[in-house]
Design a protein around this ligand. Structure first.
Ligand code: HEM
Length: 571
């Protein structure tokens, strides 16, 4: 092609003449650059051929190397005028447009999105904070867009409206889970299993067991669950204050306290801080995190499985050692079960198993379901509490205001309780703001479409992997204005005296629809209790007045703070 050829047409004695600016000539005519050249059509024996063109600098044999030249030459052979060529061209464009539109009608209109590299897709573009990179892509491509994770097409949902449009309005359609490699490695009851009648029955039983022991039909924590959490919070206060003003990294203490709550709810048993078996169980969480992280490359680039993978080995070890501990507790429960005295979640699951034979629940289901609750229930809440202390170090004014509110409402003579929550709006708003600001679970666990569907005018075929960018919901400028600022006040109503329920509804930290987190009620109330008791009893300070620790998170299925130290002072 000569894209820049400037061509003028003329007619002289029955022959078409092309005037071509010589800079536009192809390589074969390079010798003629620098002057205007005429291309002449010669008729011989009634057959029109296009043989030579001449210039002021001599003659040159025409090659057919160039399309434009060929078209023009052909046109001249047929003796078409300039106007006729234009008309033919317009006609061809129209025909092409009709063909393209027909083709489009038959081809599904998939959401738009960036091109990915071969084999790895957009992984290299995701960086260390993939949820940020995906939110930036949404600014360009819209709230539903398509990317390549390795070789697989994945749909990303951005912002609250799009997540609800898919997960709530088309709940069953977006409720599947893909059979990813890492999911297959985890024994589980519902979390990584796809949507099916069996799954529906299992989720009902899981929610039923939580409702029985953790929160009643009203949605408030049962008295025994509240007592359990309060005792665990008091023990955490004792652990921090036992440091007697020395710096400590709160991660393991926080993790032990929160995991003890889930352990007590599941098995009726708690462990002392420092217990070796329990510490090993908690260390396994780290190994699980690495293998199950959102958007694990090994799930999307299957060939990676054939390379030595340290995480996979650690993961298997972690799974085996966790199973040993869980098996021990479940076997004890099976041997001592009495349907008249349901002691904890494990007993409630055994009850469901024996009462609902038709749901296909087996002893294995009890184990799998406990793994779900234990696995999903401790790392999320523990990391959230871990973040709470860090935010108090970074925002001491917020800490002071929470403490003023606690002292004013609760006083110094007793501990805060859940019944105080409605009279502690700033404390409750601070917890909400920490949840929003951290984006504690930044991306949903991947969903899978169970049938072909339409979303925002685009086609999403059956068996498409879908992630919701939950971080984007809490950081949407259209809703929050200044999402990167930490301002608990944004969750207070205009009078400043109550939590703004409508603002809370605009975040989706527990996702939405059929896959919504079943532990939401426990997690919210547990966080409020831990936070208010800890701040009522202690003040958290930076080590020797050092600079504020970083709020930059370590990305994963659950966001974690960088390791930090703090000093806890008694109040
Ligand atoms: C701060 C605490 C927590 C947060 C932020 C959180 C958030 C989430 C999110 C975002 C999901 C994925 C939903 C999806 O794929 O769309 C999830 C799933 C799940 N969570 Fe939580 N969670 C928390 C605590 C808990 C607790 C305490 C429990 C149990 C007692 C729990 C049990 C589960 C289970 C079983 C699932 C899988 C649900 C399914 O696949 O249907 N979570 N959670």
């Amino acid at each position: 092609m000569w894209p820049h050829a400037k061509i003028r047409w003329g007619k002289r004695s029955g022959c078409s003449i092309l005037h071509i600016k010589s800079e536009a000539l192809p390589h074969s005519a390079a010798a003629h650059r620098g002057g205007t050249i005429k291309c002449r059509c010669v008729r011989e024996d009634n057959v029109t051929t296009y043989k030579r063109f001449t210039s002021s600098r001599g003659a040159h044999e025409l090659t057919r190397a160039d399309d434009t030249m060929a078209v023009l030459a052909a046109a001249s052979l047929f003796g078409l005028s300039y106007l006729q060529v234009v008309l033919v061209a317009v006609l061809l464009v129209l025909v092409a447009a009709v063909l393209v539109s027909r083709l489009r009608q038959n081809t599904p209109c998939l959401p738009p999105g960036p091109w990915g590299f071969p084999v790895v897709g957009i992984f290299p573009a995701l960086g260390s904070q993939p949820h940020h990179a995906l939110a930036r892509m949404a600014e360009k491509y819209g709230d539903v867009f398509r990317v390549k994770f390795g070789s697989r097409t994945v749909i990303i949902l951005n912002g609250i409206d799009m997540v609800k449009e898919a997960f709530v309005k088309q709940a069953a359609c977006f409720a599947g889970r893909p059979a990813l490699y890492s999911f297959k490695q985890v024994k589980n009851g519902i979390t990584f299993k796809t949507y099916s009648p069996t799954w529906v029955a299992r989720k009902k039983v899981t929610v039923g067991a939580l409702k029985g022991f953790v929160y009643g039909r009203t949605g408030a924590l049962t008295a025994s669950a509240e007592t359990m959490i309060t005792e665990e919070a008091q023990e955490l206060v004792r652990m921090f204050l036992s440091k007697a003003g020395q710096p400590c990294n709160p991660e393991l203490y926080t993790h032990t306290a929160v995991a003890n709550v889930v352990c007590a709810l599941c098995f009726g048993k708690r462990y002392e801080h420092g217990n070796e078996d329990f510490r090993k169980l908690l260390q396994n969480t780290e190994k699980f995190r690495k293998a199950i992280g959102a958007g694990n490359p090994v799930d999307f680039m299957p060939w990676l499985r054939f390379f030595p993978n340290k995480n996979a080995t650690l993961f298997k070890e972690a799974m085996d050692s966790s199973l040993q501990l869980f098996d021990k507790h479940i076997n004890f429960h099976l041997q001592t079960y009495d349907r008249a005295v349901i002691r904890d979640i494990t007993d409630a699951l055994i009850f469901s198993m024996s009462e609902n034979q038709e749901a296909g629940l087996s002893a294995d289901f009890v184990l799998e379901c406990v793994i779900d609750i234990f696995g999903a229930g401790q790392d999320t809440s523990a990391q959230l509490l871990h973040w709470c202390f860090l935010y108090m170090l970074v925002f001491p004014d917020v800490q002071a205001r929470v403490q003023r509110e606690l002292d004013g409402v609760v006083g110094r003579g007793r501990l805060p309780t859940l019944a105080d929550e409605s009279r502690l709006p700033y404390t409750a708003a601070t917890v909400q703001e920490i949840v929003r600001h951290t984006g504690i679970v930044p991306m949903s666990i991947p969903h899978l479409t169970t049938k072909d569907t339409q979303l925002n005018g685009y086609t999403v075929p059956k068996d498409t992997i879908v992630f919701a960018n939950l971080w984007s919901v809490g950081h949407d400028r259209r809703i929050w204005g200044d999402p990167s600022s930490f301002r608990p006040e944004r969750f207070l109503d205009p009078t400043g005296t109550a939590l703004d329920a409508a603002a809370v509804e605009k975040t989706l930290p527990f996702s939405a629809g059929k896959r919504r987190c079943p532990g939401e009620v426990l997690a919210r109330q547990e966080m409020f209790l831990f936070f208010s008791i800890l701040l009522h009893q202690c003040t958290f300070e930076r080590v020797n007045g050092s600079a504020a620790p970083s709020l930059e998170a370590i990305y994963g299925l659950v966001m974690r703070p960088q390791p930090y130290s703090m000093i806890a002072r008694p109040r």
